[in-house]
Design a protein around this ligand. Sequence first.
Ligand SMILES: *[C@@H]1O[C@H](CO)[C@@H](O)[C@H](O)[C@H]1NC(C)=O
Length: 341
Amino acid sequence: MAATISQKLGALLYILLFTAGFYCWIAYFCAFYYGGIITRTLLLLYTAYIWLPGLGRVAPTHGPDHAYFRGNPAWKKAAEYYPMTLKKTAELDPSKSYVFGFHPHGIISMSAFVAFATEGLNISKIFPGLTFHVLTLVQNFFTPFVRDVLLQHGMADCARQTCINILKKGHGRAIVLCVGGAREALLAEQEQFQIVLGKRMGFVRIAVQTGSCLVPVISFGENNIFQVSRPEEKSFMATVQKYLLKAVGLGFPLFHGKGLLVSPVGVMPYQSPIRLVVGAPIEVPHVADVYSEEGKRVVAEAHAQYVKALRGLWDKYKNQYALNRKGTFKIVDLPPPKSAE
Ligand SMILES: *[C@@H]1O[C@H](CO)[C@@H](O)[C@H](O)[C@H]1NC(C)=O
């Protein structure tokens, strides 16, 4: 079905938000350059506020208390555009706290944002009593204006201490992490499920240390909304991508979508269904010192349990939501299990 204008604009809004850091810095420098003394003073005060520890920096490191933009109706339109849906496989008790692992990262983690940082899918009705915080790179919170928009969606930075600060606030907190990060973004390809998880222990440590449950999430279709060109191994482009990943921690995949109006190539994502499946919560033992012998053992066991649950979720839903898959589910930094499809 053709998308309506408002659905297209909803989808476009996230693309703008995702790339907004770039425009915001340009706007900032233009305002500074052309502005008078008052504009410049205000900009400097604002920058000091967001950069200095103890001032505005507190919000992203402790999770914002208000999130007024989550209910923006544009996000409902964005969800309708693909369309995007969410399947819950178990209830989540709001007297506990949760660490959601979201896979795959895709190019821009569109569905992690729309599902958990907005009311686009009515998440507060699906999981009543939970407060969601989608976590992203700390760099975003040093960027003027973008920072405030993200905070108003309940987002915070993904530093270990931030996760702990939020989960310790009390019951019903849920943090959402795109566990595979930039490395997984570079593996995004249509109809493929290449996951970076085998050596990612940090999110499990946080759950163990704070006594939170782990919740696996698969977003079937997140990888399908853009066309990606993965450069050949060892090619010049692949080397540049690897270098940038190492140097600045960001993935720069080469991708395109379609145009907003008629052009076949542009930044608009394709209208391809995105089906999120939220797995059952995994209870993990609570160990205060995750680096003790016992802590390490518990973390390794919980990680193995999580990997198993994620594979189980894939196996259960692949024939429903990944009918056109080309590759199978693969955790690239783990040897494949014997019984893999
Ligand atoms: C969200 O809730 C509203 C009001 O109850 C309903 O009209 C709408 O269809 C729901 N949206 C989704 C995506 O479930």
